[in-house]
Design a protein around this ligand. Structure first.
Ligand SMILES: *Cc1c(COP(=O)(O)O)cnc(C)c1O
Length: 410
């Protein structure tokens, strides 16, 4: 009798987005004349930068011609792209990352989900709360957790991000082996300064732990003294794997291209306590299970690093940052405390009541859809995430309506 992987049965039904859709359509049905603005989305809305489109098209034409046709490319990604990444994202900021430490993939979602395969199942995993659900669910699937009780899985060390700690979790008191961190954070929008990030790096070095650093929103960092990469911190090369993506940086959510950095000096241990290269393991895993990102997509991603590409992606990011600043400013004006919205496209708003009650209030009074924080974990209760991924006009209209509806009605 064939059996299923019962770890999957421990997964919680992801009812967040279906519940949002249900409430929105019920509201729309009851109020057909009302216009609804969606500020709940974690997806970009602006088109690809023209430099990327040009490179993309040119590469498609190459694929259609005898002389320039290409079949399978290198599984790890074409050197032309890995060299540009190393030079522009790392060397230009004095980080010592070489092109062969970079693995091109079709998404940071897959990479942050798959990376846990190269670690033992009986390790202690530390997970932010609130969290991007991929990190948690893939560890549940792999059998690293017990039952789900009282909103949490047994066997996970939760790193609480609260108003009290400025949404930067404290270093755990108990020893942990694998630590997920994400800055600028989804959903809270929080960023981490160099000295606090150094505390995490030092902790990992002292405890022979590994940090998985999700920097998918790195492009939104404008302030010079906020680290864009964990490798800006001394010693991080030995204990950290970094994930980045062209999704939010350059509007590639539907085009699909990302990369993971696994430094050659990054080690974990065999059961006998001998150090082993994580680069070697991830290389083996990646080249066994993945056959590369399509050539035109890698050419489109390469164009992000051209002079025009840099300008165009910067103005794309600036566009969303302007939305974010407006959302943040308006919410503060009407007396709601927020995190994020600076160096981040997300604004994490203290709704002063439970998350779903605030969601309903914004929907019913202002016709604006946000995302209830409780969907990202226990510590998200009481908060909502407002996203800056939308047209400026829509954001402006939404914030005017929120202001009218909520001012003086708390
Ligand atoms: C959007 C996002 C990513 C990027 O995912 P892709 O698969 O590259 O599109 C990664 N991490 C977080 C936290 C995100 O929000």
């Amino acid at each position: 009798m064939i059996k299923i992987n019962e770890n999957y049965l421990r997964l919680q039904a992801s009812y967040l987005f279906s519940e949002i859709a249900k409430r929105v359509s019920a509201f729309q049905e009851a109020n057909p004349e009302r216009d609804i603005i969606k500020l709940g989305i974690g997806d970009v809305t602006r088109p690809l930068p023209p430099a990327c489109v040009e490179a993309f098209k040119k590469a498609v034409v190459e694929m259609g011609e005898d002389r320039s046709f290409r079949g399978y490319g290198p599984e790890q990604g074409y050197p032309f792209l890995r060299e540009k990444i190393a030079a522009n994202d790392y060397h230009s900021r004095n980080m010592d990352i070489s092109p062969d430490e970079i693995f091109i993939s079709d998404g940071a979602k897959c990479d942050t989900g798959n990376i846990q395969e190269i670690f033992a199942t009986d390790i202690r995993v530390a997970m932010p709360d609130p969290v991007y659900p991929v990190y948690l669910d893939t560890n549940v699937m792999a059998g690293r957790t017990g039952e789900f009780q009282g909103g949490r899985y047994e066997g996970i060390v939760y790193l609480e991000s609260t108003k009290e700690n400025g949404f930067i979790p404290d270093i755990p008191r108990e020893p942990v082996d694998l630590i997920y961190l994400c800055f600028p954070n989804n959903p809270t929008g929080a960023t981490i300064g160099g000295s606090m990030l150094k505390d995490w790096v030092d902790y990992a070095r002292e405890n022979k732990a590994v940090i998985l650093y999700d920097a998918a929103y790195e492009a939104f960092i404008g302030e010079e003294d906020i680290p864009r990469s964990i490798y800006e911190i001394e010693g991080a090369r030995d204990i950290a794997i970094e994930f980045r993506s062209f999704s939010k940086t350059a509007g590639f959510t539907g085009t699909r291209c990302a990369f993971t950095v696994v430094p050659k000096s990054c080690k974990a241990y065999t059961s006998k306590g001998e150090p082993y290269s994580l680069h070697a393991l991830w290389h083996r895993r990646h080249t066994t299970k993945f056959n590369g990102v399509s050539y035109p997509v890698q050419r489109a991603a390469e164009a992000v690093y051209s002079e025009e590409g840099k300008e165009q992606t910067k103005s794309l990011v600036d566009y969303y940052l302007e939305n974010a600043a407006l959302i943040r400013e308006r919410m503060l004006e009407i007396g709601y405390e927020c995190a994020g919205g600076e160096n981040s496209p997300y604004i994490w708003v203290d709704g002063k009541r439970d998350s779903w009650a605030f969601f309903d209030l914004l929907l019913e009074r202002a016709g604006v859809v946000c995302t209830p924080g409780t969907g990202f974990g226990k510590c998200g209760e009481g908060f909502v995430r407002i996203s800056a991924f939308n047209d400026y006009d829509n954001v402006e209209r939404a914030m005017r309506r929120i202001k009218e509806a909520l001012e003086g009605s708390q």
